[in-house]
Structures are given as structure tokens and as C-alpha cells.
Ligand binder design. Structure first.
Ligand SMILES: [Zn+2]
Length: 176
């Protein structure tokens, strides 16, 4: 495994945010953009366009939470560890989502485990990491990519990739 401290913070941030973006494309979760700050900074952001009401009514909140997990999962897969403050922020968002939509405390624990397992499963899909690397490279050049551009890079960079492998129906059938 690579030593994460050997990589500049903006390189790690670009792959982390690309993990969210590619995950959102694979899972058909609409999002606004991903961005990173300049070199030297390890900051970045993944901006969603969904409101709480939309997350609930479209039934995509679990997928959205999986997308939140994927930043840290990708960091661990590529750099060997995920200890960034950004991943802590992702966990806070996941906790907020789960406690908003799941009333039962025991069930919250189960759902959180399921989210982690699902994120690892998505990251292991053929070409997922390849797509993350293509998106991260463009993100390092441009600092900002719209959701639409991320989807284009995923399709162009890896022609054999099959975005949207999961449908909302399959998803809603689980745990609801
Ligand atoms: Zn993140």
C-alpha cells in the first residue's frame, strides 16, 4: 500500500472528490459539481442539488449516503488510508441522513453497515477506479467540474464502463 503522506494534499483531495462524483454517476444520483482548492490545500467539495424533501420523495437518500461514503473508500483504495478531515465531514453528513430517515436506533446501525458494504461493492465494480483516476486528473487541471462534465469524463475515459448499473427500484426494494 502507498503511504498517503507521500502524496500532495490536492492530489488526495482530487481523488476523494472524484470518488463522490463517479459514485454519483454510477448510482444515478444527481449532483451539481465537484471542486478542489489550489495546490497545497487538501480541501475540496461535492455539491448536491437535492433538497431533503427530494432525497426522501425520490427515495435516493440511501444512494446519496453511499456516494458520501465513496470519497473515503476511494482514498483508502488508492492511497492506503483515509484520515482526512473531509471524510469526517462526510461521516457527519451520513449520520445526519440516517438519523433523519430512520427512526429506529438499532436499524440505524444496520443501515450504516449496509451503506459501507455497498460503497465498497460499488468501488470494486469494473472500471470504477479507472474512472475515478480520469476524473481526478481533469479535476486537478480545472479545479471545478460540473456533474454533467463528470458524467462525460466517465463515459469518454472508459468506453466500456456501464454507468447506472443500479436502478432505483432494485434499491427501494431493499431495507424500506
Ligand atoms: Zn468527501
Amino acid at each position: 500500500m502507498a503511504d498517503a503522506s507521500a502524496y500532495p494534499p490536492h492530489v488526495i483531495a482530487a481523488h476523494h472528490e472524484a470518488g463522490h462524483g463517479v459514485g454519483a454517476v454510477f448510482l444515478s444520483v444527481p449532483f451539481e459539481s465537484i471542486s478542489i482548492e489550489g495546490e497545497g490545500s487538501g480541501d475540496g467539495s461535492f455539491i448536491t442539488q437535492l433538497t431533503w424533501g427530494e432525497l426522501k420523495s425520490r427515495g435516493v437518500w440511501r444512494y446519496h449516503a453511499v456516494v458520501c461514503e465513496l470519497g473515503g473508500v476511494v482514498e483508502t483504495l488508492i492511497f492506503g488510508e483515509s484520515g482526512r478531515h473531509c471524510s469526517e465531514n462526510d461521516q457527519a453528513i451520513i449520520d445526519h441522513i440516517v438519523s433523519t430517515f430512520i427512526a429506529d436506533k438499532a436499524e440505524r446501525g444496520e443501515v450504516k453497515l449496509w451503506l459501507k458494504e455497498k460503497a465498497i461493492e460499488i468501488a470494486a465494480l469494473p472500471n470504477f477506479i479507472l474512472a475515478v483516476k480520469a476524473v481526478a486528473e481533469e479535476l486537478m487541471r480545472r479545479k471545478f467540474l460540473s456533474g454533467r462534465r463528470v458524467e462525460e469524463v466517465v463515459r469518454q475515459g472508459c468506453p466500456s464502463v456501464d454507468p447506472h448499473p443500479y436502478s432505483g427500484e432494485e434499491f427501494r426494494g431493499h431495507h424500506s
